[in-house]
Design a protein around this ligand. Structure first.
Ligand code: AOS
Ligand code: ZN
Ligand code: ZN
Length: 393
């Protein structure tokens, strides 16, 4: 098996040094399934404490300097003050996630609801999220719609697309010149017959109609089993429409588990297409976000593990011998081409990443450093009283 040349190793390190992975504020709250939410000690009670936990992840990994908020779960009176609080912790606020799925009004949909009053309420919330972006300095508005139908005939599929397009267009018109709209798709859940933005093609078509600042968000848990996600990534990057990832891992449906845990090889294949398509170039606009809920594992450590999994997949993707691969592909040498990719995937990149961390003055083992830091014991002691944040609050 080939060992990476020193040039490829140096090139990989250069990219890894500037890699940036965004954490989700909701990962730090209590979470679970529809059956049970298991409360953990020391869990944040408000957005301010969620940011403190996110800062701990960044302090130890050095690659997670931003946190995505979810509104209204992270509602505060003063968003500029929240952004200032983040800066004081050495991080900043990233994407603003809208939420038009948890109110009773949205039973039949939000922006695609047959009732114009409900549609108005939903669009007003999206516009409010852009106001919040102005206050926090966020670039990205992330839109995920639970909208859809459970039964054939329940509503007019075509009219729902019209309503969706109209809502998106109104919100797009409100964006500032440096702000973007990330449109996330999802095959099913909570709608079980037809989802209004079910796949990348639908998201892509709406984004094309809207303009340059509307781009697609690929949540790795939102596809049918066996979907070739790296193909979608390659296609969207080529079209200039890959805006972001919501990284997580799934065995079955939208499991929201730690990214890279179920199928690290898939994560590598995705990151290879990202590298191939320029998605990690210095001027990249692609946002690499985690969208995870930690149900049974400790939350901060779960985020650290995820960040490290993304780093490892990235490092392997960067070590692919592009020249050897191109040669094999040109010659039609199927086995050699496949072997080039597998060589990179089978490389143990942990020493490389340990070197990277040492170079940045970090502990080479962030998991161990977190365990030793006393952070968990401190927050367990400090966070007494109040209500712990949970999924949906
Ligand atoms: C829902 O399935 C999506 O992944 C969204 O990104 C959602 O806003 C997020 O998971 C928080 O629930
Ligand atoms: Zn998501
Ligand atoms: Zn999801």
């Amino acid at each position: 098996m080939a060992t990476p040349s020193s040039d490829r190793r140096a090139g990989a390190l250069e990219v890894l040094r500037r890699q940036h992975i965004e954490l989700p504020s909701w990962a730090f709250g209590n979470s679970g399934t529809r059956f049970k939410v298991f409360a953990q000690q020391g869990v944040p009670r408000d957005p301010w404490e969620k940011l403190a936990d996110a800062a701990q992840v960044h302090r130890l990994t050095g690659v997670a300097p931003t946190v995505a908020l979810h509104i209204p779960w992270d509602r505060v009176d003063d968003y500029a003050a929240l952004a200032e609080h983040a800066r004081g912790l050495g991080i900043s606020i990233g994407a603003i996630n809208s939420n038009v799925f948890q109110d009773d009004d949205y039973m039949l949909g939000s922006v695609t609801n047959p009732d114009p009053a409900v549609r108005r309420k939903a669009v007003d919330h999206l516009l409010e999220c852009v106001d919040i972006m102005d206050a926090t300095g966020s670039r990205d508005l992330k839109l995920w719609f639970s909208d859809g139908t459970n039964y054939p005939g329940q509503d007019d599929l075509r009219a729902r697309q019209d309503r969706l397009a109209q809502a998106l267009s109104e919100v797009y018109g409100r964006l500032g010149p440096d702000q973007r709209m990330l449109l996330e798709y999802k095959l099913f859940e909570p709608a079980f017959y037809a989802t209004d933005v079910p796949d990348w093609g639908t998201a892509y078509a709406h984004c094309l109609e809207l303009g340059d600042r509307a781009v697609v968000c690929v949540d790795t848990g939102h596809h049918a089993a066996h979907t070739n996600i790296e193909f979608i990534v390659a296609f969207l990057l080529r079209a200039g429409k890959l805006g972001a990832f919501d990284f997580n891992s799934r065995f079955y449906a939208d499991d929201d588990l730690m990214v890279g845990s179920a199928d690290p090889f898939q994560l590598f294949r995705i990151m290879y297409e990202v590298v191939r398509g320029g998605g990690l170039d210095a001027d990249t606009q692609v946002a690499f976000m985690l969208d995870q809920c930690h149900n049974i594992e400790p939350k901060i450590a779960g985020q650290i593990r995820s960040v490290m999994n993304v780093q490892e997949a990235t490092a392997k993707a960067l070590l692919v011998d592009a020249d050897a691969l191109a040669d094999a592909q040109r010659e039609g040498d199927v086995l050699a081409a496949n072997a080039v990719l597998m060589d990179a995937y089978n490389t143990d990149v942990r020493p490389l990443l340990a070197d990277l961390r040492a170079e940045q003055g970090l502990d080479p083992d962030p998991m161990a450093a977190h365990a030793r830091s006393g952070y968990t014991e401190r927050v367990v002691a400090e966070r007494k009283g109040g209500t712990q944040a949970g999924w949906g609050a």
